[in-house]
Design a protein around this ligand. Sequence first.
Ligand code: HEC
Length: 79
Amino acid sequence: MTAVCRQCHADSWAKDHFDNFDTAVACYNEVYYRSARQRIDALYKAGPLSADHYFDEPLEWEFYELWHHEGRRARMGRP
Ligand code: HEC
């Protein structure tokens, strides 16, 4: 992909652009997803959440939104 960008932009411009994207994805993965995943796993283990049926508890929908919708925004910049 950067070969396309370098037709008009400097190497450093193209590299920085994709480095920034990678940083946004890493930030989402580490700051948002990982900590939420750990908390929801702890709730399954401790018992307040049941793992029998997914989406039968409001927090599972919240987690889906965080994983799917917010993850999509972080990765692709889509609303
Ligand atoms: C055919 C030439 C060309 C190619 C190829 C090209 N760009 Fe650009 N790009 C431009 C021009 C010209 C501008 C400035 C447009 C303006 O200011 O209105 C620009 C602007 C940008 C901007 C906005 C900068 C700003 O300050 O708003 C970004 C981000 C960008 N390009 C990223 C990329 C990326 C990523 C690629 C490769 C996937 C790429 N461009 C490929 C010509 C190109």
